[in-house]
Design a protein around this ligand. Structure first.
Ligand code: NAP
Length: 407
């Protein structure tokens, strides 16, 4: 008689593809994911395979599974030590699979809609993105063709607009996608630095129309952090010179994408460098006006002061009938502290009109801390204008019309 083997489909994160963005840890409803300074890992005894973390992962690193003997599940210490995933152990019978088991996948939409706050599907009219064309094993290289400081020289924030050119290499991107940068060198433990993710700030047809280039919005991290590797990539990028060669992976992202149908409205809410995807979308629409796109653009943009707001000058020069721009400065001298939520409440009537319109797509990007406040503000505005927020929120998520990207 066969003795039953007590196996476990162990959920694992691929350290080679993971860009350490923390999205999975934030999303997990039962705190099964954790990390050290090197790897993101899954607690075998806690993970219930609910799949809530899978759709939001920008790279797919999260969607890895190994069948193991329960008694020999990979410990957290083992996972922390990995540079790559172990192969499926052939000695473990049946069910050897690289991705989630079918039964877990069938559960996914229920779990995801309960725990994920934004859409896990793109707008219906979004163009089909290419993702992960270049990986850690097969990265792309790009040449720096521009590196400009965006913020006032006297401002404490040092934010750069960096343009990378791929030359003849195919690197197709869409607005809302991101790329990973592999900074040179190694961390204290001798391992190569892991990739850092940056949203693309340019439209699909290039920072310069018709050129094979992308731009990034990068803030130099100078503060002292407990994590000694903080700031490694932002300082590397901000110090780049024209002609330098950068190692790139990606593109990433298949849901935070803009709608392509001309009547679609964009309600964009961002802080600081979270403006990168908003710039990409706005610029894409600007290049196609008038005629091709008739929907409205409404922007709420928060920064400490006007001097610290990236793209302040160009933004202010955009025609008022093209984009409805609302700025919120939290530390403007002599002014009360103002966040994007405050600006949204001041424009509640117009935000409500957009919320009522099935062509409206909402994008939130920037500080993690803003997410609660922005969602609460949308809920309050909806309620004050006779809309049932809980149902509307579900609808927005289901229809790929509410996209959140906060770190
Ligand atoms: P920041 O300068 O630190 O903050 C921008 C503004 O947001 C400040 O006015 C700040 O006010 C305000 N703020 C703070 N807490 C808030 C809250 N709870 N609700 C609303 N507003 C709030 O921004 P940053 O350093 O540029 O950081 C932007 C974030 O975007 C980062 O976390 C970054 O990881 C993320 N991001 C960047 C990219 C990219 O491509 N670079 C893409 C996606 C996301 P006070 O400081 O005065 O309180």
């Amino acid at each position: 008689m066969d003795t039953p083997v007590d196996t476990l489909r162990q959920h694992l994160i691929d350290p080679e593809i993971c860009i350490r963005c923390n999205t999975c840890e934030e999303t997990c409803p039962i705190d099964a994911i954790t990390h050290d300074g090197v790897n993101y890992v899954v607690k075998a005894e806690v993970c219930n395979g609910c799949m809530a973390c899978v759709p939001p992962c920008p790279t797919g690193a999260i969607d890895n599974w190994r069948t193991v003997l329960k008694s020999a599940a990979y410990s957290l210490d083992a996972q922390y030590g990995w540079d790559e995933l172990p192969a499926q152990n052939a000695a473990v019978p049946q069910l050897a699979q690289e991705t989630a088991p079918a039964d877990a996948r069938e559960d996914a939409p229920v779990a995801a809609s309960d725990t994920v706050r934004g859409s896990t599907v793109p707008p219906w009219s979004a163009a089909r993105p290419y993702v992960q064309l270049y990986t850690h094993k097969t990265p792309a290289t790009a040449i720096v063709v521009g590196n400009y400081r965006l913020t006032d020289a006297a401002a404490p924030s040092d934010i750069h607009h960096i343009v990378l050119d791929f030359g003849a290499l195919s690197f197709p991107v869409l607005e809302g996608q991101s790329i990973g940068i592999l900074p040179p060198g190694t961390s204290a433990d001798g391992r190569p630095h892991h990739a850092r993710q940056y949203s693309i700030a340019s439209p699909r047809d290039g920072e310069r129309p018709g050129y094979n280039n992308v731009s990034l919005t990068v803030k130099r991290v100078t503060r002292e952090h407990s994590d000694a590797t903080d700031g490694v990539c932002s300082n590397y990028l901000c110090d780049l010179k024209k002609g330098d060669v950068v190692t790139v992976i990606g593109p990433f992202g298949n849901t935070f994408l803009m709608p392509n149908h001309p009547g679609s409205h964009l309600l964009m809410i961002c802080t600081g460098t979270g403006s990168a995807p908003m710039r990409a979308m706005t610029e894409y629409r600007r290049r196609r006006r008038p005629g091709e796109a008739t929907g409205k653009l409404m922007l709420f943009f928060g920064a400490r002061t006007s001097e610290e707001l990236p793209y302040f000058g160009p933004l202010m020069n955009l025609p008022k009938d093209f984009i409805d721009t609302n700025l919120a400065f939290s530390r403007a001298p002599g002014q009360p502290k103002r966040y994007v939520q405050d600006a949204m409440r001041e424009r509640a009537g117009d935000v409500a009109q957009l919320l009522k319109d099935g062509n409206t797509h909402i994008y939130v990007c920037g500080l993690k801390g803003m997410e609660d406040g922005v969602l609460q503000t949308l809920a309050d505005i909806a309620a004050a204008h006779g809309m049932a927020w809980a149902a509307l929120w579900e609808q927005l998520k289901r229809e790929g019309r509410l996209h959140l990207e906060t770190y």
